[in-house]
Write a protein that binds this ligand. Structure first.
Ligand SMILES: [Ca+2]
Length: 348
């Protein structure tokens, strides 16, 4: 009981610290700089993760340098644009995947989100893109953003497939930088936070890695060993569900929010596991909330199972599952960010 009480107090202190963090403004160039790499369009946890990132930007907790959509299909890039636009961040560049994946599974089909209208035919959710075909390839945006970033400054949040990261690692010098993709990552990336893998006693064949097996092998083969990776494995996000009724209640008082509209129009009837939000939480707020493995090395076999070997010189760590109290506190934090009241300048 004492341990549970101590844990609860720590979580309360953390939540209190989080709620006051926006009161200490930091110069823009000192904020964590992030690139998010998402397979938006198949599952709703990407929507919550992106909503959280936009909220962090509004709170002055991070800069979002770009959104890479790794699920091929221009309609998926339009979804990212809807989120950018809704939060008043339409200037954040978007890029998309062209190849490297045949197409991921779709559990909740919300690809029509940019075309939702009210009963009078008035668009409910607007985007800003005028020509999706003009968007750059994902690895090209990575190269442009990394080339202009300070050394060791960029945090990557990978909440989808690694097909675009693999293309980046295979890339050679271009007009943005004479450096190879591997060298750009080595020099410019501070750390990678990634929803991938499984490190349970009975490792799962994890979806994100198994859907693009060749790219996943390229990723593990070429990622520079000295650039840290923190994995958020499948078994951690699986312990935190955001119930459908809770989502509808949380978003009921907001103006037509993309997540609210998706849940209403698609008649979502399954609670959503919070895989992707855990990546965003750690990338922006740091390690304190999480129980992490010791440092080590990670590799993947031919069936996309991942393995961890402790190694003091290794730069990989992974999140470990928490208690029920921890799961509740994390869900509370996710809800407070994703479903926060929208700033008046953004609300429509
Ligand atoms: Ca995802």
């Amino acid at each position: 009981m004492k341990k549970l009480f101590a844990c609860s107090v720590l979580l309360l202190l953390w939540l209190t610290a989080c709620s006051h963090s926006a009161e200490c403004p930091v110069a823009d160039d000192e904020l964590p700089a992030l690139i998010v790499d998402t397979d938006i369009g198949g599952c709703t946890d990407d929507l919550f993760a992106l909503a959280m990132l936009h909220r962090y930007v509004d709170e002055g907790r991070c800069r979002l340098l770009g959104v890479v959509v790794d699920r091929p299909g221009e309609e998926n890039a339009m979804l990212a644009d809807v989120l950018n636009t809704f939060y008043g961040h339409s200037s954040i560049p978007i890029a998309l995947a062209r190849g490297g994946l045949e197409g991921g599974e779709i559990w909740t089909d919300y690809r029509d989100l940019p075309h939702y209208t009210d009963a009078q035919g008035v668009p409910l959710i607007r985007g800003s893109l005028t020509d999706v075909a003009d968007l750059p390839d994902g690895y090209r945006l990575y190269r442009r953003l990394l080339a202009s970033a300070p050394e060791g400054s960029v945090r990557i949040c990978s909440i989808g497939f690694v097909n675009v990261l693999a293309s980046l690692l295979l890339s050679q010098g271009d007009e943005y930088s004479p450096l190879s993709g591997i060298e750009l990552v080595r020099r410019k990336v501070k750390s990678l936070y990634i929803m991938a893998g499984s490190f349970a006693s009975e490792p799962q064949v994890e979806y994100n890695l198994s859907r693009c097996l060749e790219a996943s092998h390229t990723f593990f083969d070429l990622w520079p060993a000295e650039v840290p990776i923190c994995f958020s494995p499948a078994e951690v996000g699986e312990t935190i569900d955001y119930p459908v009724e809770q989502v509808l209640a949380d978003f009921s008082s907001l103006p037509p929010h993309p997540i609210q509209q998706v849940y209403q129009r698609c008649r979502v009837d399954e609670d959503q596991r919070m895989w992707d939000p855990l990546v965003v939480l750690q990338a922006v707020e740091g390690d304190a909330l999480f129980t992490l493995s010791e440092p080590g090395r990670v590799w993947m076999d031919d069936s996309a199972r991942t393995y961890f070997e402790p190694d003091a010189q290794g730069r990989c760590r992974y999140q470990k599952p928490g208690t029920a109290t921890w799961c509740q506190a994390v869900l509370h934090r996710i809800r407070s960010l994703a479903a926060a009241p929208i700033a008046p300048s953004v609300a429509r």
